[in-house]
Structure formats: structure tokens, C-alpha cells
Design a protein around this ligand. Structure first.
Ligand code: GLC
Length: 753
């Protein structure tokens, strides 16, 4: 492809195409099964492949066996690598997967998936990053940038509010606009605006009554607010209203109808004026531009360069796991010594659980066995199965462990969720581990006081034995190299630095979505609003098993000199962090903000910044975390936009949302606010100078002026209700002199100066 612009070439191609030809290119299956050369000599079919933890590349184009895929590096699951809180690592991960995709002639990977972990029961939580949109968006953006740097497209999914598997293809999600914007869409915004993925995949579900693939509000946000110009593709079979979808910005169905069928459907839409030919052209131009750019990338990556060092990628998968594993508890029993007499218990030490089920499934290139990796580091290790992985009781396995455990200095139990409990397509019914595993751990702790539990799970689990064990390592789903990664951390060759990107509640019913999840046959209501995850627990001061952002180290980090540096443009949190322990390590400094409410309402505490730093023994580093202007904004539903929100903000700096080392206060005042006809007088006069502006505006409207003056009345009923709650719209019903023209003029005058 010559260097001329693919978009221009695409427009030229489309200008010569028939409606039938254009219609076919709205369907992925047609791209893959017809000879697109006939449309243009430089057009070739493109190849999409899953997923977020490595390549699921079918051996044949249409191989129905979704797990019969070519071996590739199985990286840790997104719920694992999100716990690294390491932007640079995520960039490298995207690049590694991109390099492998290039080798397999994959043009775009159907990743990352950034849906919020609203309920711990979510079946695909292992495939998502966090309960928090900020850490999700920061890390997913890097993943996209790294992958696309290798010339392989990313496909950001599933847009949007796809937070459960139960009835995922039909469920209607009822979510208020503030939660939609502040939680669910904000996870996608930076990945779209900065990552610029080649594709965005719409979700299966409906949002507030409309399927995502033809949801005007969502697609308008993507196309018009965020100015996204790439391909918008449906999830499988999810183009319920293709005409409306294309009108609002959808461009491709996956897999979509075959040629004659899609042609007939488009011709009918055009005939019924449910679609214009220009809308059709705009969609096809985007698809052809995407394909031409993919061909350019293929040509730019010389086939000789397509090979990669599989062993290096395997080692990188290990590094990702090492950076992501979270040390939840350690009462002096870790790291293990290479000479200690150890007993390793658990079927999962022999048959590791390292990934979730569904479209993200990878056929690992080199799967390590945990017990083998342990025995490489310590020769005095014995192994016992301890439990049946399918959860059936087997007293002989129990007795074998309990009868000899006392002979060992320490006991390491590999526990977790068996395969098929966490998967795309269905949600979990409980967050408990299999009863046999809990029972074994409880019985062990009665006779042994040096018990370490290593967990393999894609999302949160309850831990009834938490107080009775001496250490807990959250390994999540650590990918093909998790065996070495866990062994390196257990024996102290690597200092753990992972931090939880989701709260572990004590009980499932503590979770804010509990009463609403998963809804009824038709609808699920997000009644908790924006109080998802830690925002809920923090607002209520509710105890949790392990808080958001929690993760221990084998060393100690001290925080000092926490202060705010402000200039005309922005505010920066600056502090010193010192490693006062006896080994080097990595710390994730976290910054949260909570607007201080002036009435009874509670504003959620929000993560607004983080930085992962490496510190050698006694090293002291200055850390500066710049606060995005969005920190001091909220989404104005009335104005349909993000707006500065005047007020006092408390800044929390710490090592987790619950381990706060210091707080600061920032006041945002006198930022002009945009008023509108439904703005209350009380809200407007909070801004310095606004009372006087309204006083001047009401000079010719004495009745309105009287209501303004009531806000100063000693009687709170008059001041807080009759005065403050009036709006310009209500004033015109009590003030004969005030009409719509006056109101528009007052709004314009105040907003424009
Ligand atoms: C599935 C998934 C989506 C995946 C697609 C292709 O339905 O929801 O994440 O990329 O199909 O396999």
C-alpha cells in the first residue's frame, strides 16, 4: 500500500461499489469467506483472534472446536496482571502478545476487556481488570499502545456495562447516568482517546432499554464525545437493529450474515428509509480503512521478523505473574527457606489452574507444574493431594495429611477454584472455595501453626480460615509460568509487589450489588449507583477481608513529606517513600480523593492516581503524582457533561484504600459553573459572586428577587426550601414578569462571563 492515506483510498473504493458489495462488507463472515480482491486488488481479508491472556488462534478458519487452538504463550489472566498496577509492564505485555499475533497473521486481537467487576459472582471477572475504572483505564491504555506498536490492532471490549454473564445476550441494564458516566464509561474513555484501538466491540446487553450495538447514547458518546473513528464491531450475533446501529456508528457485525442475506437486509433498510446510503458508505469506509491499514502493517513487518523467542515470552509470562501475585497475609512464615522440611498439599499443585474458561482460553506453550518448581528450590519437600478437585469428600486424603503434618516445619496448601467454575457464559453462584478445601485448611490449622495458603482463583473468594493461617498468597490465574513465579515468591527470590484491584469482602452479601444481582428475566438494576466495590465499603466504614489496593511486601516502605504542589494548570501530590527494610522491593503509592459534602449526601472516595516504584534497601525516592483535572469534576446529568465541582476535597495517600499514610485538603472554589434553567438558586449562589449576578439579573423581576432574598432569611424553611430550591424554570411560574426569553438571556449572560 502506497503511503497515501488509507481513508482516502477507502473513500475512492466505496465510491465505485454497488449497494450489494457495500452491504457484504458490514459482515465479518463475508470478509473471511469471499474474495475481497474482487472489490479492490489491495484489499485482503483480515483476521481477528481472541484474547486478553494470549492468542486463541484456531487451527482452521472456522474450526468449531473453540479450544482446538495453536499453542501460544498463556499469560496471566487480566485479573492477575491488573494486580501488578504496573503501566510499563502492561505496555510490554501488549507488545508481547502483538508480536505473537503478528507471527500468526492476526491483524487485530479481541482484547482488552475492561468491564467493571461489579459483583464478585461475575463469570468473566477473571478476564476483567478491576472494580475501579481508573486503574482499569490506566492499564488497558498501556496494553493497547504496546500491542499496536507491534502493528497489531487492539479491540476494546465490551462496550458497555457488560458486568454479568447471566442472560448476557438479552438482559437490560438499568443504570443511572451518573454511575454510567463516572464508573462504567470512564473505564473505556482513556483507552479510546489515548489508546486509539483499531476496534471497539459493543456488548451483548441492553443499556437503559437499547441494545449496545444500536444504543444511540453509548454510540454517540463513543463517536461524538470521544471522537472515535475506528471500527465498531458487535459481539457475536448481536446486531439486533443493524439500521439503527449503523446510523449511530456501528460498522461491522461479528460474524454477521452471509452475502445474500446481508444484502437483502441492507436493501430493505434503504428502501424503508431506515438507513441512508451515506450512513452505509461511512460504515463501509471505516471497515475498508481498517483492512487497508492492517495490510500496511502486515507489509511493514517483514515475514523474517515474524519469529519470536518462545522461551523469552514464557519467561516474560513468569515476570508478569511475579509482578502481579499479591501477598495478602504473612506472619513471619514467608519467605520459605530452601532447607526447611516442607509439606505441599493440594491437587492444584499438580494440576494447576492458570486461566479462565471461554473465548479467552489459550492452549499453553509450556505449562509449569507448581510442585515441580517448588522441588527445584527445596529438595526436602513432600507432596500430598489433600482433596479431590471436584469437591468430593475423600477421608483418606484428609487423614494422609493430618496424620503427618506435624512432622514438617511448614505446610503449603495450594487451594482454589476448579476449572469451569469461572467462565464466560455463566456466573458463579457462590464465592466460597470447595468445602473440602476449606475443611482441610481448618483442620490443618488446628494441628499446625505454620500454614501457608497459595490461591488459584480468577476473582474474590471467601476465606473462613483467614485468621488461622499464617500466610496467604493470592496467585489468581497466573498463566503457564505461574509455577516458577509462585515458587520464586515463596522462597523470596522475588519480593511480592502485587496489589488487589478488587475488594475481597468478608461475605458475598456485603457486596453492594448483592441485592440486585443478577436481576430478573429481563432486567437488572444497578441500584448501588456509583458505589461499586471499595466506594461502598469505604462510605459505610464496612470491614472487609482484604481492601482494594492491599498487598504486602517482604520489606517496609515509609511515607514522608506528603504535600500538594499546585500551579496554574494542575495539582500534584508529592511525597517521599523510603525502603527501611532489608531487601529491595516495589511499592504502589496510591492517591484517593473524596469531595467533602456540604449536605447529607456522601461523595464516593475515588482512586485518582498511582505510581509503582522500585526501591533498594534504604533508598528514598521523591514521588510526584499529577492529578488529572477530572479529579475535581463530576458528571453533570443536567448539562450532559463533566464539570468542575467547587468544594473541598480530601486527598488520601497510602499503600491501599485502607492503609492511608496521610491526608491533605484541596479547595476548588469560584470555578465558574454553567447554570441552566433547572439549576437551583441554592446551588448557584454557592459560587462566589453568583448572588450578586442573580440580584442584578432580577432587577426587573421583583418576585424572583424576593425568592433570591429569601435564601438569607433566618427561618431555615424559607431559606433552604422556598428560596434555595427555586429554579429559573419555577420562578417563571410565580413571577409574571419572567418568561422564557428572559431566562435564556439570564443564562447566557451568566454563563458567558
Ligand atoms: C464472545 C465474547 C467476546 C469474544 C467473541 C469472539 O462471545 O463475548 O469477548 O471476543 O465472542 O470469540
Amino acid at each position: 500500500m502506497k503511503t497515501i492515506d488509507c481513508h482516502e483510498v477507502a473513500k475512492e473504493i466505496v465510491a465505485k461499489m454497488s449497494v450489494a458489495q457495500k452491504a457484504k462488507l458490514l459482515s465479518q463472515v463475508v470478509w473471511e469467506t469471499t474474495d475481497v480482491h474482487q472489490i479492490h486488488p489491495e484489499l485482503e481479508k483480515f483476521l481477528l483472534a481472541d484474547g486478553p491472556a494470549g492468542i486463541r488462534r484456531l487451527k482452521e478458519y472456522f474450526d468449531e472446536d473453540i479450544y482446538n487452538t495453536k499453542p501460544s504463550t498463556c499469560y496471566p489472566s487480566p485479573s492477575t496482571y491488573a494486580s501488578s498496577w504496573n503501566r510499563e509492564l502492561l505496555y510490554e505485555l501488549g507488545a508481547h502478545i502483538g508480536i505473537e499475533a503478528r507471527q500468526e497473521d492476526v491483524d487485530t486481537m479481541l482484547a482488552p476487556a475492561v468491564n467493571i467487576k461489579r459483583s464478585p459472582l461475575g463469570g468473566r471477572n477473571f478476564e476483567y481488570y478491576s472494580e475501579d475504572p481508573f486503574v482499569t483505564s490506566e492499564l488497558a491504555t498501556e496494553f493497547i499502545l504496546g500491542m499496536q506498536e507491534e502493528g497489531v490492532g487492539a479491540c476494546l471490549k465490551h462496550f458497555a456495562v457488560n458486568n454479568q454473564e447471566t442472560r448476557r445476550m438479552n438482559i437490560n441494564v438499568r443504570v443511572d447516568e451518573e454511575a454510567l458516566q463516572e464508573v462504567y464509561l470512564s473505564a473505556f474513555e482513556k483507552p479510546v482517546k489515548v489508546g486509539k484501538p483499531k476496534m471497539v466491540m459493543t456488548a451483548y446487553n441492553k443499556v437503559n432499554g437499547e441494545f449496545c450495538a444500536s444504543n444511540e447514547h453509548l454510540l454517540s458518546t463513543l463517536r461524538n464525545e470521544w471522537n472515535y473513528q475506528g471500527v465498531v464491531v458487535t459481539d457475536c450475533f448481536a446486531a439486533h437493529d443493524l439500521g439503527k446501529g449503523i446510523e449511530y456508528g456501528l460498522t461491522l457485525q461479528m460474524p454477521g450474515e452471509t452475502g445474500p442475506k446481508i444484502t437483502g437486509r441492507i436493501e430493505e433498510l434503504l428502501l424503508n428509509h431506515e438507513l441512508t446510503e451515506d450512513e452505509l458508505d461511512q460504515a463501509v469506509i471505516k471497515n475498508i480503512t481498517f483492512a487497508l491499514e492492517a495490510m500496511k502493517e502486515r507489509a511493514a513487518h517483514d515475514p523474517q521478523q515474524k519469529t519470536y523467542d518462545r522461551e523469552e515470552h514464557h519467561r516474560f509470562a513468569q515476570q508478569v505473574a511475579e509482578e502481579s501475585i499479591v501477598l495478602l497475609k504473612n506472619e513471619g512464615v514467608l519467605p520459605l527457606l530452601e532447607t526447611e522440611k516442607l509439606l505441599v498439599v493440594g491437587k492444584l499443585a499438580k494440576t494447576p489452574r492458570f486461566q479462565g474458561g471461554g473465548s479467552s482460553h489459550v492452549n499453553p506453550y509450556n505449562l509449569e507444574i507448581p510442585i515441580d518448581e517448588i522441588q527445584k528450590q527445596n529438595t526436602t519437600v513432600d507432596y500430598l493431594q489433600g482433596y479431590q478437585l471436584d469437591g468430593t469428600e475423600d477421608p483418606s486424603l484428609f487423614d494422609a495429611v493430618l496424620s503427618c503434618a506435624a512432622e514438617y516445619e511448614k505446610v503449603v496448601v495450594y487451594a482454589g477454584l476448579p476449572d469451569l467454575i469461572e467462565s464466560e457464559g455463566y456466573d458463579r453462584k457462590t464465592i466460597q472455595l470447595p468445602t473440602v478445601q476449606n475443611k482441610l485448611i481448618q483442620e490443618l490449622t488446628k494441628i499446625h501453626k505454620q500454614v501457608i495458603v497459595v490461591l488459584a482463583n480468577g476473582s474474590v473468594v471467601e476465606m473462613p480460615w483467614k485468621e488461622n493461617v499464617q500466610a496467604i498468597l493470592e496467585g489468581y490465574l497466573g498463566g503457564e509460568a505461574s509455577g516458577t513465579a509462585q515458587a520464586n515468591i515463596l522462597f523470596g527470590k522475588v519480593n511480592p509487589s502485587g496489589k488487589l484491584a478488587e475488594t475481597f469482602p468478608i461475605h458475598l452479601e456485603d457486596n453492594p450489588s448483592y441485592l440486585y444481582f443478577p436481576g430478573n428475566e429481563d432486567e437488572v438494576s444497578y441500584g448501588e449507583g456509583e458505589f461499586v466495590g471499595y466506594k461502598h465499603y469505604e462510605a459505610l466504614g464496612k470491614a472487609v477481608l482484604f481492601p482494594f489496593g492491599h498487598g504486602l511486601s517482604y520489606t517496609i516502605f515509609e511515607y514522608a513529606n506528603i504535600h500538594i504542589q499546585a500551579d496554574a494548570r494542575n495539582q500534584t501530590v508529592v511525597l517521599n517513600v523510603k525502603n527501611t527494610g532489608n531487601r529491595s522491593g516495589k511499592e504502589v503509592v496510591q492517591v484517593y480523593v473524596q469531595k467533602q459534602s456540604v449536605d447529607q449526601s456522601i461523595c464516593p472516595k475515588k482512586l485518582v492516581g498511582f505510581e509503582k516504584i522500585t526501591l533498594d534497601v534504604h533508598e528514598d525516592k521523591t514521588v510526584a503524582i499529577e492529578l488529572d483535572p477530572r479529579t475535581f469534576m463530576n458528571y453533570s446529568v443536567a448539562n450532559g457533561q463533566w464539570e468542575i465541582s467547587n468544594g473541598e476535597y480530601k486527598i488520601f495517600v497510602g499503600s491501599s484504600v485502607a492503609d492511608i499514610r496521610d491526608t491533605q485538603t484541596i479547595k476548588i472554589e469560584n470555578q465558574p459553573i454553567l447554570i441552566h434553567e433547572d439549576s437551583t438558586i441554592g446551588d448557584m449562589i454557592k459560587v462566589q459572586g453568583m448572588y450578586e449576578k442573580l440580584e442584578s439579573a432580577f432587577r426587573k423581576h421583583p418576585a424572583s428577587l424576593k425568592f433570591l432574598e429569601l435564601t438569607k432569611d433566618e427561618d431555615p424553611l424559607k431559606a433552604l426550601s422556598m428560596g434555595s430550591l427555586m429554579t429559573l424554570n419555577t420562578l417563571k411560574r410565580v413571577d409574571e414578569t419572567l418568561n422564557d426569553v428572559d431566562i435564556l438571556s439570564i443564562i447566557a449572560k451568566i454563563n458567558n462571563n
